[in-house]
Design a protein around this ligand. Structure first.
Ligand code: PHE
Length: 371
């Protein structure tokens, strides 16, 4: 675990807010195999904090971000969480984005009664930990349904193979939710193969899958592994498209997979190509601040999570854990860049998903699916 130099002026443990500041923690994978997840999220959060502070802050105080790197490891995420709540006494924590890491952090937030908002962890278990844990994204039972229906209705797929990352709670859960809906809709799962995050050779699984001649392959993993799977799919001459979820989303996908990424489909939280003026403004501001690349889902949801936290802080009776928790829980119709956000009784956001095609080494928006 290391402090992120860019977002923490103190750079030492035991950083405390002075009376003009509210300290907010962030835990993310700023390094490691999923570094774009943490970096994009932090960029989104920082942009939101700058805007909030420029317009007077929260309850007359400035927000100050204390960002910790977990290197993409659940144990490190738990250590970072403990440090933020027990030593730094943050008012709230934003993060993690990956479900396995949020699941490791949530019991600590709950024990210390410090609200935690995950921008993008979609596994149901994350918020089931307790009433201090929130998220501003949809959950995987919905996302799995979206892609199963897309496979059945749009691709007219009857036979699908699964390729899941068994080291990743998100991947395992999403594969199960997809399977449920796909089978209920009359489809058949012809093979269920697995790998472990960080593997580099997927040819034996893909060869077994090819032998079953499926209409599509559902591979709900993270971008690093998926980019290699995309390349090896092309090398093995597999025509069936890969289908996936939000974990594919990273600027690195195109960088690693190149044209091998084309012809596949995944569900995601938003499309930066949206014509909504609020989205267009966010995309333009983000590009200006960070030098060119459009914000991915992580950046957009990091931004939204930070804005929702500030909105709740303004409405809260005080910044005590329980008052802040009550205010976050009351979030209703908040106009976020990823859509209007209302938190339900299980502290999850009820939101639409988009389905994107990977074409010309980019994402092509296909459709929006309402909950
Ligand atoms: N939804 C993924 C998870 O729960 C994380 C993720 C979100 C990854 C968005 C990429 C983009 O683990």
């Amino acid at each position: 675990m290391a402090l992120s130099a860019s977002s923490c002026s103190g750079g030492k443990s035991g950083v405390a807010a002075n009376s003009n500041e509210i300290l907010v923690g962030h835990v993310g994978s700023l390094t490691g195999n999923e570094a774009t997840f943490g970096i994009s999220t932090e960029n989104g959060v920082k942009l939101a904090f700058e805007e909030i502070n420029a317009s007077g802050g929260v309850k007359g105080k400035k927000l100050r971000l204390l960002s910790l790197d977990d290197q993409g490891k659940p144990e490190e995420a738990a250590t970072a969480m403990t440090k933020l709540v027990a030593q730094n006494h943050v008012a709230a924590v934003l993060g993690e984005v990956a479900s396995s890491r949020s699941i490791a952090m949530a019991p600590i937030a709950q024990r210390y009664q410090v609200p935690m908002i995950s921008p993008t962890s979609t596994n149901p278990r994350v918020t089931q930990t307790g009433d201090y844990i929130f998220r501003v994204c949809f959950i995987d039972p919905f996302q799995g349904r979206v892609m199963a229906k897309f496979a059945l209705d749009t691709l007219k797929a009857k036979k699908v193979a699964i390729l899941r990352d068994v080291k990743n709670d998100y991947s395992v859960g999403l594969a199960n939710f997809f399977t449920e809906t796909f089978k209920a809709g009359g489809g058949t799962i012809v093979l269920d193969e697995s790998y472990s995050a960080g593997d580099s050779d997927f040819k034996s699984q893909l060869t077994s899958i090819r032998a079953q001649n499926p209409d599509a392959i559902f591979a709900p993993g993270y971008y690093g592994d998926i980019a290699l799977i995309m390349k090896q799919r092309v090398e093995l001459g597999i025509k069936a498209p890969l289908l996936g979820g939000d974990g594919w989303d990273s600027p690195k996908l195109a960088e690693i997979a190149g044209s091998a990424m084309d012809g596949n489909y995944f569900s995601n939280h938003y499309s930066p190509d949206s014509t909504d003026p609020a989205v267009a403004k966010f995309v333009a501001d983000y590009k200006k601040t960070y030098g060119g690349a459009a914000p991915d889902s992580m950046a957009a949801l990091g931004y939204d999570a930070a804005k929702i936290l500030a909105d709740a802080m303004n409405r809260a009776k005080s910044l005590s854990g329980s008052d802040l928790r009550d205010a976050i829980a009351a979030t209703k119709d908040y106009p976020a860049v990823t859509g209007k956000i209302t938190l339900d009784k299980d502290r999850n956001a009820i939101k639409s998903a988009v389905v994107l095609e990977t074409a010309d080494s980019k994402y092509k928006y296909l459709t929006t699916v309402a909950p």
